[in-house]
Ligand binder design. Sequence first.
Ligand code: UT7
Length: 321
Amino acid sequence: MTGMICGTGSYVPDNILDNHDIAKLVETSDEWIRERTGVVKRHIIGNETTVSMAAEAGKRALEDAKVDAKDVDMILVSTISSDVILPCAACKVQKILGAERAVCFDLNAACSGFIFAYNTALAYLASGMCRTILVIGSESLSNLINWKDRGTCILFGDGAGAAVVKACEGKNYQIAAHSDGAKGEALTCPGGHVKGWQQMPEEDRYMKMDGRGVFQFAVKRVPEAIREVLEINRLKIADIDYFILHQANRRIVEAVAKRLGVEIEKFPMNLQEYGNTSSASIPILLDELRRSRVLQPGHRIVLAGFGAGLSWGADIIDWKI
Ligand code: UT7
């Protein structure tokens, strides 16, 4: 038994902040941001929240899969930016969708979050413990950003993506998933949860990133993880139609493609429109590729995520819808 994605959905706020808007906040320019990251604009929450975006993306994925919310056995929300610590975002999504039977919990693996949540869903489906799981990545990163820090505020955006994963007979691919907690200081966000946060200087509460360090980690580890997942499943690079990477920086995606010796056309990107939306980036891109019919039944794709933890991983999916 394995899992199959049978519907996708996404939601991004209407409110847009382009590079020129950012250049009014910090010393930067549209040219620098485009050249160094590929980002042109990002969508930023207005009245939305992480939960409301997650619920809307989830609802759209259920509609796409033609699955009734009452038939969902589990809701998994991957997020680092939930509205509150308790209750979890997944329980709030359950209430909005009316998915009464579902067991619900959140998962925090930052930008690898959607992949790790998808892997968790696969494990429940393969064991026979669940038949239908709604996997969501949703982020309001604008709440975690220090809008005075040009090293981070240029990169990130808000949004949500979701996939309905159902149990089915089929090939059970092995996964590649890794963490290196010793390098965790490269990307941190104490938020309002740590002891003594009330006394912390305001800028210390927000996201902090060793951008160059994370960049180097990504361009080394992501190709390694993709090679690993291909090797353990006895596949070759040529067997893959599309490589769908976490949308962090266009230069990272290009460097990964180059290291693997694969043409860049096989690495779809939408970071120019949304920036880096952490655990939402892969499911938003999947949903766009499905709706524009770039993804077709019979395609074999690789998903690869990387980010805070540090954590990274890659999956192989036979696309069937
Ligand atoms: O989601 C997963 C986690 N995050 C990532 O994957 C992010 C990975 N890292 C990156 O994407 C890039 O490192 C950044 C986009 C964050 C930064 O780009 P970079 O090319 O690595 O820049 P840098 O930090 O090496 O800085 C190069 C120069 C510096 O000036 P000097 O020292 O050479 O004079 C910076 O002060 O660019 C300067 N700089 C900027 N200039 C204009 C840094 N940020 C900016 C900026 N605008 N926003």
